[in-house]
Write a protein that binds this ligand. Structure first.
Ligand code: ZN
Length: 464
């Protein structure tokens, strides 16, 4: 690729909608010039088919769980909760092969691109064979996932998970967790191995994901972070933090503090950190998390599906907290649904409308979109999230003829895209690093990828 240029009649830049924007990028896929009000000759420059907005980073994904979406929506026990869902998920995970994980991830990443997600943070914990033994290539699983992202053409921040214990107090892992287990040393060795096969570049970065406070100890987390500082300085750090009230209670009982409070008190939580599912936080934690500069990773459709709870979004945004969205278990792969549910959770609990606005932006969808691309970008640790010089050439072209966009003014385009749910997606074309990966809602490999995914699913669901 030699770099390229695109002329957009309308593009949403850091300062809002601008007209006649010329986008130019280099051979590496980085924007070298963004020129609003361009009045030069544009007869030879390709034109975007509709309004251009930044690509959305997806800050939390467990790729293999895509294959389970919609398979656990029935009550099999007297009580049904996150924890009974997790049992089912573990049984499913036990059957997965490296080929299967690769095929599921490839299909999922194509679905993400079609939805307008241009980056994914993969929180990857399925490391070993079903008996807990290393594969001959210890990086086999991470390489499958990284390879799937490269093949689909999505940007990736790969976050291999450090998982050591089944609960607070360094409890021995359960047999169904043996595919996940690593020490800080073995995890680092695996990361260095995958980096030698797939080096970091404009579309790929490595970080680390201590699974949760219940799955690591203070000592091992300290050791892991020190190792990362040596081998991957500045790398993103993601952690599941307070998804369930049971884990908050267990943390208070064993560590003497709520999870977010405990983490902030014991580690230098800063802009490198993404706290996924900071669902259950009190008033002080809300303010402290906002002040830390870390990103809250919100996964609204999954949190709703699993019955997790409602994050105190209004208070957190009032405290200038940063957030991004993730599709997590992939019950939905659609950032528009995440933003809609973020607002609807507040509307339903407060019995008000248009809650999550700011003093400078009275349009909910615009405010949440701009915040989610920036927070999501921070979580990726990559230069994405705005259409500006020096950033990756990642963006979405909206369909100007979509029923919820056509004939409306620019100030209503994101509202129509996010809140109105009619017919097909308004995401028409999607560019990643200057390459058009989605054209007219299609990915060039989607038929083959779906056939492969289908074959894997058939095997997983075969009772024999
Ligand atoms: Zn998760």
């Amino acid at each position: 690729m030699k770099g390229g240029a695109l002329f957009a009649a309308h593009a949403r830049l850091a300062d809002g909608w601008r007209e006649h924007v010329l986008l130019e990028w280099d051979a590496d896929g980085t924007l070298i010039r963004v020129t609003p009000d361009y009045d030069g000759d544009r007869s030879t420059i390709p034109h975007a088919k509709g309004p251009v907005i930044a690509g959305m980073p997806n800050l939390h994904s467990h790729a293999f769980q895509r294959a389970m979406a919609g398979l656990t929506e029935y009550r099999a026990n007297a009580t049904d909760s996150f924890w009974s869902w997790r049992d089912l998920m573990y049984r499913f995970a036990a059957k997965l092969t490296p080929e299967g994980v690769g095929a599921i991830a490839r299909w999922l990443y194509i679905e993400m691109l079609k939805a307008g997600y241009t980056s994914v943070c993969e929180f990857h914990y399925l490391h070993h064979a079903p008996n807990g033994q290393h594969y001959a290539n210890r990086a086999e699983m991470v390489e499958r996932v990284t390879g799937a992202a490269a093949s689909a053409g999505i940007g990736i921040t790969l976050l291999p998970v450090l998982y050591q214990f089944s609960g607070f107090g360094a409890r021995t892992p359960n047999p169904d967790q043996r595919r996940f287990i690593h020490t800080p040393d073995s995890l680092l060795e695996m990361l260095e191995r995958v980096r030698s096969t797939y080096p970091e570049n404009g579309t790929r970065r490595y970080g680390v994901a201590p699974h949760s406070l219940r799955a690591v100890s203070r000592e091992t987390l300290t050791e892991m972070l020190a190792g990362m500082d040596r081998a991957f300085p500045g790398a993103p750090i993601h952690i599941h933090i307070a998804e369930q009230t049971a884990e908050v209670d267990a943390c208070v009982a064993t560590e003497g503090a709520r999870p977010v409070r405990w983490l902030l008190d014991h580690f230098d939580v800063d802009a490198r950190w993404c706290l996924v599912h900071a669902t259950h936080i009190d008033h002080d934690e809300t303010r402290a998390l906002a002040q830390s500069g870390a990103v809250a990773g919100l996964c609204l459709t999954t949190e709703a599906n699993l019955g997790d709870g409602v994050f105190p979004t209004l208070d957190y945004l009032d405290a200038q907290g940063r957030f991004g969205v993730g599709s997590d278990s992939h019950i939905a792969v659609d950032w528009r649904a995440e933003l809609r549910l973020l607002e609807y959770g507040q509307r339903l609990t407060r019995r008000e409308r248009n809650v999550l606005v700011s003093v400078t932006d009275s349009h909910v969808a615009d405010r949440l979109f701009d915040a989610a691309v920036l927070g999501g970008a921070q979580a990726t640790g990559r230069p994405v999230g705005t259409i500006a010089t020096g950033q990756r050439a990642d963006w979405i072209v909206l369909d100007p003829d979509h029923p919820n966009i056509a004939e409306r003014p620019a100030s209503m385009w994101l509202s129509g895209a996010v809140f109105a749910e009619h017919g097909e997606t308004p995401v028409l074309d999607v560019y990643v690093g200057g390459e058009r990966r989605i054209t007219n809602r299609q990915h060039e490999d989607e038929a083959v990828a779906f056939a492969d995914y289908r074959k894997v699913l058939a095997g997983l669901l075969d009772p024999n």
